[in-house]
Structures are given as C-alpha cells and as structure tokens.
Design a binder for this molecule. Structure first.
Ligand code: HEC
Ligand code: HEC
Ligand code: HEC
Ligand code: HEC
Ligand code: HEC
Length: 413
C-alpha cells in the first residue's frame, strides 16, 4: 500500500503539524474542545433539545445527524487507505466528539497520525454526527458561547450575534476541493458553484433551511422568525425509515423534465426529445458527492419488443492510479438542455416510458460494500452485510407512460 504523502512535499522526517499540511483549512482539525455552556445542562444536541424541541426533532431526521452512522460512510472509513481522523473532521467535527485529537502526522504521512487522548471525550455526543455545536458553539475569551442570528437577549446561555458567520459555516465543509493524496480527493464545490451562478446572492440556508414563524425555545415562547433544521438535499436519506420525512421536510426535486416523441414511418425511426432543466438550485445538479448522478431512461415498447435509451447527468472520475475528473456534464443553475435522439425500430412504438432517478449508490459499489463488511466497525457490520435492507440507493424523481397516437385517428391519447 502506498504511503499517503502529500504530493509535491518531500516526506520530511518526524512530526509535521496538520495545519502546515493544510494551511488555513478549517477541516484540517476538529473544533475546539468546548467547556460546559453556562445555562445549559450540556452541549449535546439532546441537551439543546430540552428547550429547542422543534429544532432538535427536525435535526434528528437530517443527514447531518446521520453523518457518522451512515453505512456508506462507515464502509468507506474502513478502507485501509482512508485517513480516518481526517474523515472524522467533517463527519464528527466537534472536539468533544473525538476520543483522540490529531494535530500532527509522522513524516508527513496522513496514515501515520500522532494522536493524543482527549479527556473531555463524550461518547454520546460522538453519535450525533454534525451536531448543533458544530455550527452554534464558539470559544470566546475562554468561555463557550452560542452563535445566533437574532440577539433576543432572552436566552439562559451566552449568545454572540453573528448571522453571517453562522450562514457561512456551511462552506467549511461543502466548499472544499483538495487533493489529499494521489487517489484521494475532497471535491465538494457547492459554494463556488453558487457564487458563480444566477443566484449568487443567496445563502445555502435560504433554500435548505426554509423560514417558519414559531416559538424558538419551549412551546410557549414568543413567535419569532425561525428556520427548519431538516437540511433536506437530494431526497435520498441514509435509512429507509427517513424517506417519509423528505417531503415533509421540504424536499423538492431540482430537475424539471418534459419530453416529446415522434415516429417516422418512412425511415421507421422513433425520435425523442427530452427537455431537462436545473430549476434554479443555485448550484450544479447534482452537487456534492462526485459519485452521485441522475439517470434518465426512455423505453419504447413496440409489438414484439422494446428498446431502452439512457442519459446520465453527473461527473465521471477515475480513481487509480491518480484521482482525476474525466467528465462533468452536470446542469448548472438555470440551465436548460435537450437530449435528442432516434432509433430505428422494426415496428411503430405503442407506448413510451420515461423515468428519472437520482442515484446515490450504484449496484457495483453496494456489492463491494457488502463484500468488505467484515472490516467495518463491529456495530455496523451486520447492516453493511445486508446493505440493501437498510440503505436507500436512489430516488425515483419521475415515472410516466405516454401512449403513441393511433395512426389515422383524430384523437390524441
Ligand atoms: C434551558 C433551556 C435552553 C437550553 C438547554 C439551550 N437553549 Fe438556546 N435558547 C434558549 C432560550 C429561552 C432562547 C431565547 C428564545 C427567544 O428569545 O425567543 C435561546 C436562544 C438560542 C438561540 C438564538 C440566539 C439568538 O438570539 O440569536 C440559539 C442559536 C440557541 N439558543 C442555540 C442553543 C444550542 C445550540 C443549545 C445547546 C448547546 C442551546 N441553545 C441550549 C433556551 C435554551
Ligand atoms: C462540519 C461539516 C459540515 C458543515 C459545517 C455543514 N455540513 Fe452539510 N453535510 C456534512 C456532511 C458530512 C454531510 C453528509 C453526511 C453523509 O452523507 O454521511 C452533509 C450533508 C448535507 C446535505 C445533504 C443532505 C441530503 O440528504 O442529501 C445538505 C443539504 C447540507 N449538508 C446542507 C448544509 C448546510 C445548509 C449547512 C450550513 C448551514 C451545512 N450543511 C453545514 C457536513 C457539514
Ligand atoms: C449545519 C449547521 C447547523 C446545525 C447543525 C444546527 N443549526 Fe441551528 N441554525 C443554523 C443556521 C445557519 C441558523 C440561522 C439561519 C438564518 O438565520 O438564516 C440557525 C438558527 C438556529 C436558531 C435560531 C432560530 C431559527 O430557527 O432561526 C436556533 C434556536 C437553532 N438554530 C438551534 C439549533 C439546535 C438546537 C440545533 C441542534 C439540534 C441546531 N440549531 C443545529 C445552522 C445550524
Ligand atoms: C436556490 C435554492 C438553493 C440554494 C441557494 C442552495 N441549494 Fe442545495 N439544493 C437545492 C435543491 C432544490 C436541491 C435538490 C436537488 C435535487 O437533487 O433534485 C439541492 C441539493 C443539495 C445537496 C444534495 C446533493 C444533490 O445535488 O442532490 C447538497 C449537498 C446541497 N444542495 C448543498 C447546498 C449548499 C452547501 C449550498 C450553499 C453553498 C446550497 N446547497 C445552496 C436548492 C438550493
Ligand atoms: C471537508 C469535509 C469532509 C471531509 C474531510 C470528508 N467528508 Fe465525507 N462528506 C462531506 C460532505 C460535505 C458530504 C455531503 C456531500 C453530499 O451530500 O453531496 C460528505 C458525504 C460523504 C459520504 C456520503 C456520500 C453520499 O453520496 O451519500 C461518504 C460515504 C463520505 N462522505 C465519506 C468520507 C470519507 C471516507 C472521508 C475520508 C476519506 C470523508 N468523507 C472526508 C464532507 C467531508
């Protein structure tokens, strides 16, 4: 196995601070280990939830809350080439969630972390993934404070008002493009995509945290401008049980789709034209994880057979020997594109089937995960071995049938 030495850096001997390897990168280290928060029983999400019940309930169903228990994450974490401590910096980012803290690595090798035991490790908080404290806690003059957007002066805990800082926190993890090692890259470009889009003035939270008027602490507090905390994205959650929450949490597909079909009896050609639109998501569709894509399928059924055609919207990467993007045909925000084609058929089609799916995990990778389940942490092994029973791999965005008009008839179907 090749050592994960930074490209271009000579492997110096001895400890090397991670801040030197990844200068200025927030994700190179976990957050501070926070001291107790005055006025709160603790800093876990479940502690905040005593008073912020709605926020806690919504966040509990979010992908953020499942950033550690995600079976795909656990599977990838167990690859021998994964620098686990680095992965955890974004998936369980708070100092208190970490059993060990890594501030330097030996000889510049990311697979040789130098770890120190963390006396303030909180095992329960570890399970909370991207927990409230990730975005809301800050160390200020040796004291733990809550970062808030409002400044109501009514909180039992200290509050620092910094709405901009709070909204920009997303970019620390969702706008990171960094070659970590030759076959390992972080490629989350969502922030840059947004900034160069037709909706550059928007913040991630404008769409992913819809506004709602409600009491923000306890049931009987004053009504204030608040924000949903489901953080719904592509509509494919981390467990089947969370599927229902997607629509309730505000999911809407970013893909607009419509189609036209025709049949030319002279050339015996069936023609199709599918119109695809990124409905102003502000970023590429799909965004985020490079392995995610949208698959559009049109199938023509004719007497005695059928023919299927596919279109894929997404990125294609080659991972070995060196990670590199070899194709990217994602739709940019607001883009309209047509996919047109034709096929020669032995007979005139009777029915056309149009289907669009948002794919998070492909069959081949699911098989590989099941096959390598034994190397994952013991508490996840069984579920990874039976991945398909637990992990939604895709979402159907649209499925419709079109009946071709009967020749000579005046009636459209
Ligand atoms: C004992 C109850 C209680 C606990 C525990 C608690 N809060 Fe609060 N919090 C409040 C109250 C009350 C307010 C003010 C509500 C208002 O003004 O309507 C508040 C306000 C806030 C605000 C908005 C601040 C502003 O003015 O912009 C944020 C953000 C917040 N809390 C986050 C948290 C987080 C994160 C935790 C857990 C680490 C937490 N709270 C724990 C009661 C609590
Ligand atoms: C500390 C890092 C971190 C920060 C800060 C962060 N996220 Fe995330 N986010 C993640 C991780 C990790 C995942 C994916 C977890 C997984 O799939 O296992 C994620 C997933 C998401 C998803 C995808 C959900 C889905 O089901 O498709 C959305 C949307 C999202 N985050 C929005 C936001 C927004 C908005 C903010 C800022 C308010 C934010 N994130 C801040 C780490 C972060
Ligand atoms: C990924 C980052 C992130 C996480 C995790 C997160 N929040 Fe927030 N929260 C925000 C942002 C951003 C806002 C402000 C949105 C705005 O004003 O545009 C906010 C606003 C709030 C507010 C102010 C009222 C409102 O709804 O706008 C409270 C209270 C709050 N959050 C509590 C919590 C609690 C409790 C948790 C955990 C259960 C939590 N948050 C988890 C990013 C986060
Ligand atoms: C104008 C609204 C809007 C803004 C602004 C926005 N998003 Fe999205 N985002 C969406 C919609 C709609 C989807 C669902 C796309 C789909 O899968 O159909 C989405 C999906 C996602 C996903 C899931 C991956 C995918 O493509 O399905 C992530 C992660 C995400 N957004 C993160 C962010 C982050 C981070 C920001 C800020 C830099 C942001 N978004 C800004 C509307 C928005
Ligand atoms: C810079 C922060 C960051 C680091 C470091 C990081 N991740 Fe993530 N990870 C994210 C974000 C943000 C998402 C969500 C993107 C999305 O939903 O499209 C994510 C999502 C994932 C997913 C879910 C993908 C999906 O399609 O649902 C897996 C699996 C994952 N990460 C594994 C890892 C592994 C393994 C490592 C270490 C080698 C790692 N991550 C390091 C930020 C990070």
């Amino acid at each position: 196995m090749a050592a994960l030495v930074m490209p271009g850096c000579s492997p110096e001997k001895g400890p090397k601070p991670v801040q030197e390897i990844f200068p200025g990168q927030t994700w190179a280290m976990p957050t501070a280990v926070f001291a107790p928060l005055e006025g709160s029983p603790g800093i876990k999400a479940s502690d905040c939830g005593h008073c912020h019940q709605d926020h806690y309930r919504e966040w509990s169903g979010s992908t953020h809350a499942h950033a550690l228990s995600d079976l795909q994450f656990q599977s990838e974490l167990s690859k021998p080439t994964s620098p686990q401590w680095l992965c955890l910096n974004c998936h369980i980012p708070v100092g208190n969630q970490r059993k060990e803290i890594v501030e330097s690595v030996l000889d510049g090798d990311l697979l040789k972390p130098i770890a120190t035991e963390n006396p303030s490790f909180d095992e329960k908080m570890r399970e909370e993934g991207v927990t409230c404290a990730t975005c809301h806690l800050r160390q200020s003059q040796g004291k733990t404070v809550v970062v808030g957007p409002l400044g109501t002066g009514k909180a039992p805990h200290p509050v620092v008002v910094d709405p901009q800082g709070l909204r920009n926190r997303c970019l620390d993890c969702h706008n990171v493009t960094y070659k970590v090692a030759s076959s390992l890259v972080c490629f989350f470009n969502t922030g840059n995509e947004l900034h160069s889009s037709n909706l550059a003035a928007k913040a991630c939270s404008d769409c992913h945290m819809p506004e709602v008027e409600r009491s923000i602490a306890n049931k009987d507090g004053p009504i204030r401008l608040s924000h949903r905390h489901y953080f719904i994205g592509g509509g494919v959650p981390k467990e089947f049980g969370l599927m229902n929450l997607q629509e309730a949490g505000g999911y809407r597909s970013g893909l607009g789709l419509s189609a036209d079909y025709g049949w030319d009896p002279k050339t015996r050609k069936w023609n199709w034209s599918v119109r695809m639109e990124n409905l102003n998501t502000g970023h590429d569709l799909p965004t985020g994880d490079p392995e995610r894509f949208i698959r559009i399928t049109v199938t023509a059924f004719y007497p005695g057979g059928r023919i299927e055609q596919n279109y894929r919207i997404g990125q294609i990467w080659e991972w070995d020997p060196e990670a590199r993007q070899i194709q990217d045909n994602r739709l940019y925000s607001g883009e309209v594109r047509y996919w047109k084609g034709s096929s020669e058929l032995p007979a005139r089609p009777i029915r056309i089937h149009l289907k669009a799916e948002h794919v998070r995990l492909i069959e081949k990778n699911a098989k590989y995960m099941e096959y390598t389940a034994d190397r994952a942490a013991p508490e996840f092994r069984n579920r990874i071995r039976n991945l398909r029973q637990h992990y939604p791999m895709s979402r159907v965005l649209l499925e419709e049938d079109y009946l071709m008009p009967i020749p000579g008839s005046q009636i459209e179907p």
